[in-house]
Ligand binder design. Structure first.
Ligand code: MD3
Ligand code: FE
Length: 202
């Protein structure tokens, strides 16, 4: 479903339970190789509440010196693992532009108290390439605004198995996660929420 003309599309319930379980297991294997770490804010060095890891040629990292894409894990120093085929298949199913291939896959893990403030994703080279986002685990309250910080915003509840495609004008929309609804999914034994985003960063 188009949630905005020429912009964000929400595929509610795109992944069935078996597909969610299989992706969950792929993410478990991935974070065994590239452990979740807690990024810090540029400037202040304040820790984010979301823990992160990546797959792909490059991964998005944040530390006291800034935000950037880099080829190695900031804590272990190891190259990021490959993006699992299961994720590349989903990209191929939903992204029309045949030349666009994701080279970065960011894994965000939210415990029940984690949030993500309103921000734009502007660290990628080519904003004409869409971002694909997959939600797993507990429900989240997602907020989508316009391309300026002080515009109207709309809120949506994202559930396990939902996929959002951010293309067109909404590729540069402000967005954030206001809250997690604890214990709303049984997918993750320890609770919490995983968000996977695939992008072309380079
Ligand atoms: C709108 N992730 O990884 S997913 C992010 O749930 C991020 O973890 C949130 O913001 C999360 O950068 C929101 C939906 C989403 C992802 C990327 C977008 C919305 C977006 C990029 C541009 C515009
Ligand atoms: Fe974002």
């Amino acid at each position: 479903m188009e949630i905005r003309p020429n912009g964000a599309q929400l595929f509610s319930g795109y992944l069935n339970r078996a597909a969610q379980e299989s992706l969950r297991d792929d993410i478990r294997d991935l974070v065994a190789l590239a452990p979740l770490y807690r990024p810090t804010m540029p400037g202040s060095g304040k820790p984010l509440s979301v823990r992160m890891s990546n797959a792909g040629e490059v991964g998005w990292v944040s530390d006291q010196t800034g935000y950037r894409y880099q080829p190695r894990h900031p804590v272990t120093g190891t190259p990021w693992p490959d993006i699992p085929d299961s994720l590349l298949t989903i990209w191929t199913e939903l992204v029309a532009q045949p030349h666009a291939r994701p080279d970065a896959c960011l894994i965000n893990f939210y415990d029940p108290s984690a949030r993500m403030g309103l921000h734009q994703d502007r660290d990628e080279q080519d904003f004409s390439c869409p971002v694909l986002s997959i939600s797993l685990g507990d429900d989240a309250l997602f907020r989508l605004g316009g391309t300026t910080r002080r515009g109207k915003t709309q809120s949506f509840r994202l559930r396990s198995g939902d996929i959002m495609l951010l293309a067109g004008e909404d590729r540069l929309a402000y967005h954030g996660i206001d809250r997690i609804y604890p214990a709303t999914s049984s997918l993750l034994k320890q609770g919490g929420r995983i968000n996977i985003t695939m992008r072309k960063a380079l």
